[in-house]
Design a protein around this ligand. Structure first.
Ligand code: SF4
Length: 363
């Protein structure tokens, strides 16, 4: 299993909280040509491992003309997909496009479907118009609901919504209303991120409460948590993102995109669109034994299933301090069961602290 990721580094305007790499400009064609060049240059890098997922992220992929996205998707299929998963089926088992509500026209939605996308992840962030204005989003709550309906009518049966909690000024009541407005649309998947940086709510208790309320409400609605920030109806978990947490290989294209060989090598394109258009500078690192173990812990323990201890080498298992495992388990911060370790749902909010205690260097 392997994944393909394309970073589309354009946004109509910058939202106040966002630190993803993107620029407010619209000179799309040179970027598209550079991505096509990168695909051609890297066509042998997966060494025959068939990619099962394709993910257009950003930035705002929906800002790009649909025909430009289609050209890139087609080039990726031609370069990397040698046999289709099913003879007459789509090229990729999962093909996701991140969109913003203000871009979802009926024409674009139809074009995304026609190019083979089956999953749309829509950045809603809030259903409160005051908060949307403050965030400098370019849509209202009603726009988001209308865009969602348009996607459904186009035939998309795998839709995800993004929300943000834990920011200054967000009351518990407003947060519950956001969750209910999202649930009313009946999405298959919801991602919820805690605000970080200067707009983060300093009241840790309130943030934790909002996180726990979210877990409870979504569970009751049949949308199960499968990762710290991700919830899905059974069978609709993001396969692409699950590949990141399982450390399967992926190739990332575009400025700022990262790649991983599934073992020790991580590489990236520098997040600078002008440099990307000229020479595509980037970097590469080989992970040490300790870094590999750290990654395995940090990524697997983000998920509700946790880490299969059999996936560790004997040397890695020896590095895990039995006393720390026992102590965390005794205080209810870790479940050790049937050859797996996992963080209980009630403690996922503080998972970083728990994981840090397990990492050999900091144990
Ligand atoms: S549209 Fe998305 S990527 Fe662009 S600035 Fe806003 S949150 Fe960031």
């Amino acid at each position: 299993m392997a994944g393909l990721y394309v970073h589309v580094p354009f946004c109509a305007a910058k939202c106040i909280y966002c630190d993803f790499y993107s620029r407010v400009r619209q000179d799309f064609e040179p970027y598209v040509q550079a991505v096509l060049r990168e695909i051609a240059e890297r066509r042998d890098e997966l060494k025959g491992v068939p990619p099962t997922t394709l993910y257009f992220g950003g930035g705002t992929p929906s800002l790009l003309p649909a025909e430009a996205l289609a050209r890139i998707a087609k080039a990726l299929g031609a370069a990397f997909v040698r046999t289709r998963p099913a003879p007459t089926g789509p090229l990729f088992e999962e093909f996701t496009i991140e969109v913003n509500p203000d871009d979802v026209t009926a024409d674009k939605a139809a074009a995304w479907r026609a190019m083979g996308a089956g999953r749309i992840s829509m950045g809603v962030q809030s259903f409160n118009d005051d908060h949307l204005r403050w965030m400098r989003r370019r849509h209202t709550a009603a726009d988001a609901a209308a865009a969602f309906g348009r996607l459904r009518r186009t035939g998309f049966d795998n839709l995800s919504l993004d929300l943000i909690f834990g920011f200054t000024g967000l009351t518990d009541g407003q947060w519950l209303e956001n969750i209910d407005r999202a649930l009313a649309l009946q999405p298959e998947h919801i991602s919820c991120y805690q605000m970080t940086g200067r707009y983060a709510d300093p009241d840790e208790e309130r943030c934790r409460r909002q996180y726990n309320r979210l877990q409870e409400r979504l569970e009751t609605a049949g949308i199960r948590q499968y990762e710290i920030s991700n919830y899905a109806r059974p069978g609709f978990e993001s396969r692409h993102n699950s590949g990141y947490w399982a450390r399967t290989p992926y190739l990332g294209f575009g400025p700022g995109a990262h790649s991983f060989d599934g073992n020790r090598c991580r590489s990236w394109n520098t997040p600078d669109i002008d440099a990307y258009l000229r020479t595509r500078p980037g970097g590469q690192e080989q992970l040490s034994d300790t870094e590999v173990l750290e990654e395995k812990l940090m990524l697997a323990l983000r998920t509700v299933r946790g880490l299969d201890l059999d996936s560790l080498t004997p040397a890695e298992r020896a590095c895990l301090k039995q006393t720390t495992l026992e102590e965390l388990s005794r205080v209810g911060k870790l479940i050790v069961d049937a050859g797996r370790i996992r963080i209980p749902a009630a403690e996922l909010f503080v998972s970083d602290d728990i994981i840090c205690r397990l990492i050999p260097a900091s144990a």
